[in-house]
Design a protein around this ligand. Structure first.
Ligand SMILES: [Zn+2]
Length: 418
């Protein structure tokens, strides 16, 4: 095994990765190993293997018969798969089957069905000639990686994130989280830097999928936004800023992701339809007709109706202080009526241009204690804050993550393991 120092000096370390193993949350140990080593090949101790990817038209009995199984054996294997693993059919283009033989021309001694990268079903024959099956759950090898990017002229956060190598699903989650703190329309400018620490799940040295977002940083205009994923003593996880304040707010400033603000909150503006000056009590987001409108927070629908100004609108009460209103909808979501309890992010209706409107958009209002407030600047309450004990643990954990970020920011090809 190479020493860490030697690896550090290699410029292109595409194949070298560092694992920062954190035995406890507070202790970090650095290990070095090479990507993709130790992966099993076809000629393992297990014997001779052949792998079949299930294609359309394949049935278990067809595939087994092709491998030399008798009709009686096929029936027995199908029975044991149904009773012990709840498998009755194969899925084309996703399931794989491995057939293991002691030698190339020997009869199959083991059948391994792989319905997902994290699950294998092994069917083996015992000494009495009976087929048995066993389900094996595969623990992902989870690697924490770090990606950093910069907003360029004319960029959206999505473009910049994709260029930084942040996968789509992770980027969407990051956007959702940042949307609690940032107004993407006004806070995002060329030259701003951002970074994300997230998990990738591997099996046998091969990346299978992405895991969770662990930390986010964004140099926003109104100050740096930092978020860390943290598990409280009661087992609940959330995102917290560097001081341990809950980062997930009870309401979203921007209910629709990536929608452009076309008109801001103001106490005086010239109305585009009426022509005279009057207050704009909300924010307008441009979006095409039919775009789903998610509820900005959990709450209960207190009004659903039509008026000449708002068109089709819905009002939701979130708690004793906060209400939100959504206007100009083309239609309401099915089953969302006065009295319906909605979750944060649940679709309540669809963008339209009903009422006094010049084109499809969402008009969104936040009402605090009966008064309209600016959704882009109002300080929103956090859903959960940490108690004193959790806060102390959080600060220790945050240092560990920051330490990891420090290593990875200098060595973007590395990963850490928590
Ligand atoms: Zn409006």
């Amino acid at each position: 095994m190479k020493k860490a120092k030697d690896i550090l000096n290699i410029n292109n370390i595409a194949r070298a990765v560092v694992a920062l193993a954190i035995i406890m949350v507070f202790v970090a140990i650095i290990l070095v190993f090479t990507r993709n080593n130790g992966v099993g090949s076809d000629s393992s101790d297990d014997g001779y293997r052949s792998i079949v990817v299930v294609s359309s038209g394949d049935t278990l009995s067809k595939l087994l018969t092709e491998q030399g199984f008798s009709n009686a054996q096929v029936l027995e294997i199908a029975k044991v798969l149904k009773s012990d693993a709840d498998i009755t059919s194969l899925r084309a283009d996703s399931d794989k089957i491995e057939f293991v033989r002691s030698e190339e021309d020997a009869p199959v001694s083991k059948v391994v069905i792989v319905p997902s990268p994290w699950r294998q079903i092994e069917v083996t024959c015992n000494a009495e000639g009976q087929w048995q099956c066993q389900t094996i759950d595969i623990k992902p090898d989870t690697r924490v990686v770090y990606r950093q990017g910069e907003i360029l002229d004319g960029d959206s956060f999505y473009l910049a994130g994709a260029r930084a190598g942040i996968p789509d699903g992770i980027l969407a989650e990051v956007y959702d989280l940042l949307a609690f703190e940032m107004d993407f329309e006004r806070d995002v400018r060329a030259g701003q830097k951002f970074s994300v620490l997230f998990e990738e799940n591997y099996a046998n040295g091969e990346k299978i999928d992405n895991g969770r977002v662990l930390a986010i940083q964004f140099e926003a205009l109104r100050g740096n936004v930092k978020m860390y994923r943290f598990k409280k003593a009661d087992g609940k996880t959330g995102y917290y800023d560097e001081n341990g304040n809950g980062a997930i707010k009870s309401l979203k400033r921007t209910p629709i992701n990536n929608a452009r603000v076309t008109s801001s909150f103001s106490t005086r503006r010239k109305h585009p339809v009426l022509g005279y000056t009057r207050a704009h009590k909300g924010v307008d987001f441009r979006a095409s007709t039919g775009t789903p409108i998610p509820s900005a927070g959990a709450g209960r629908v207190v009004a659903r109706g039509y008026n000449s100004g708002h068109g089709n609108y819905i009002k939701i009460r979130h708690n004793a202080s906060y209400e939100t209103l959504y206007a100009h909808m083309s239609r309401f979501a099915k089953g969302v009526v006065v009295g319906t309890t909605v979750k944060q992010g649940q679709t309540i209706g669809y963008v339209g241009s009903t009422g006094l409107s010049t084109g499809p958009h969402l008009h969104y209002e936040i009402i605090k204690d009966g008064k309209h407030v600016n959704p882009m600047t109002v300080k929103l309450p956090a859903i959960s804050n940490l108690d004193k004990k959790d806060k102390e643990r959080f600060q220790e954990y945050r240092k560990v993550l920051d330490d990891g970020i420090g290593h990875l920011s200098k060595n973007p090809d590395w990963f850490i393991q928590l």
